[in-house]
Design a protein around this ligand. Sequence first.
Ligand SMILES: C[S@@+](CC[C@H](N)C(=O)[O-])C[C@H]1O[C@@H](n2cnc3c(N)ncnc32)[C@H](O)[C@@H]1O
Ligand SMILES: *[C@@H]1O[C@H](CO)[C@@H](O)[C@H](O)[C@H]1NC(C)=O
Ligand SMILES: *[C@@H]1O[C@H](CO)[C@@H](O)[C@H](O)[C@H]1NC(C)=O
Length: 267
Amino acid sequence: MRFSIAFSVLEDLRLGFKASFMPAILAILKSPLLLFRPSALKRLMFFEVWKRYGGCADQGGTEVKKGLITPYAGGVVLDLGAGLGHTARYLDLSKVTKYIALEPNTLMHEGIRKEAAPYGFTESSGTLQLLSCGAEDTETIVSEIGGQVDTLISILMLCSVPNPKKTIETLMDKVLKPGGQFLFYEHVANRSWEVRVWQYLWTPIWAMFFDGCALNRPTDVYIRNLTCWKAVPEVMAEGDRVGTWGKEGEDLDSLFFHQVGRFIKKD
Ligand SMILES: C[S@@+](CC[C@H](N)C(=O)[O-])C[C@H]1O[C@@H](n2cnc3c(N)ncnc32)[C@H](O)[C@@H]1O
Ligand SMILES: *[C@@H]1O[C@H](CO)[C@@H](O)[C@H](O)[C@H]1NC(C)=O
Ligand SMILES: *[C@@H]1O[C@H](CO)[C@@H](O)[C@H](O)[C@H]1NC(C)=O
């Protein structure tokens, strides 16, 4: 574990602070009651951060998303924690019938509409639907959609959902169709304590600027441990992938070590 990696988070924190501090102060001056609504304040700050750096985050994941989303997403697609809707650009319109963007931070909604329209997803044509509940609120999700979905996508979102283990379990049980696919790209806890201790130490301050994002969750293990998945086939079509894998070229010591995965629910 290199010392520089332990403190690599500082630069991102500085940028997060720079992007969100002034807008937060201005918003508080305009409406002082915001001080008593810390979650609204955090969402406002994260909106400012994501407006500025969401595009960079998307670029960093482009290769992963091209291999994960474009070939596999189909039918009705639910994007959990859609942010500014960057997933839309990876969807193949010939296979996807509807893009449902779930985003509890409603400040992002206008951005999602703008981002999705050039790729053919609009509310007026019935190919785009926006949801403003949390991913943990599965009853609302199913009732608003009016059924289950063919593809569930989670990109850098399970790090901030409450009660992750239970939420993942319920989402797969109630929201994903039998035979449907779950596609994810998340940063996860490292199995070695040398790295994980830093992920624990940074999480409280990191979460302040990045809307509750925790660096220390074994999200990939929670997902793999579920019993609802079809077994990974012994022989796979060329280029086909099921299970979890790493991000190419990533430093294994990184505090933001990513895991990519595709799982298919039993029929
Ligand atoms: C790091 S951003 C990623 C956005 C998008 N998936 C992307 O990759 O560009 C995390 C998103 O999760 C959303 N989020 C936070 N808590 C959530 C929850 N409980 N349920 C669903 N989304 C949530 C945040 O508002 C934020 O937009
Ligand atoms: C954690 O860090 C170690 C090195 O400290 C590395 O070998 C390993 O691949 C990393 N990732 C996980 C998920 O454990
Ligand atoms: C995953 O499953 C294994 C084996 O059943 C168990 O030992 C482990 O505690 C589980 N991990 C988590 C994080 O749930």
